[in-house]
Ligand binder design. Sequence first.
Ligand code: ADE
Length: 229
Amino acid sequence: MRIDIITCIPEMFTGTVDQSILKRAADKGLAHIHVHNLRDYAINKHNQIDDYAFGGGAGMVLMIEPIDKCISELKAQRDYDEVIYMSPDGELLSQNISNELSLHNNIILLCGHYKGVDERVREYLVTREISIGDYVLTGGELAAAVVADSVIRLIPGVMNDETSALTDSFQDNLVAPPVYTRPAEYKGWKVPEVLTSGHTAKIEDWRFDQAVERTRMKRPDLLGKDSEV
Ligand code: ADE
């Protein structure tokens, strides 16, 4: 998979997309992130990429021309499944959306800034809009990093233990069961006995019951959604 990120602050991606699991995904040749600086597509020698809004009002608007130039250049090189605009009024990111996106070969994530992008970008160039929550960030960069991370970790082979992404919270509309590691007892606080019993079937049953119970306690809203229980 290839994810192209278009941004006017490429520096925001250093130290995130080149670390940890995302780095491992790139090293294994499974997923690559390419960050493009919108200023490289500026329309004039002043490196202009934004302008005042027609009709007045505070705040600058990212211009359509640099964005179109960048997207067109990318599209000339390969086909893209989606051109996604990161926006607080987009569809709310969920595990289902991440699963769906992880099946694509190439996607573009476009980060807005200031007052956003010229509406014609959304109308003519973007195929989908995603929000990471009902709050407004200063730009789409952090949201794009969240999408890239949640999608790439789902690609088979990226995680060490193939099953680990499948047992994540939300994967079956259930939150994950609790996990423990050594020591089995610390300050008198004990690990549930079943986990050290070596009885695989009982452990699986216990984990499922815990996941259901936790979902009831913490996220009862998930149980309505075509739930497993
Ligand atoms: N850009 C600004 N706020 C955002 C949000 N909540 N989700 C996605 N992109 C954004």
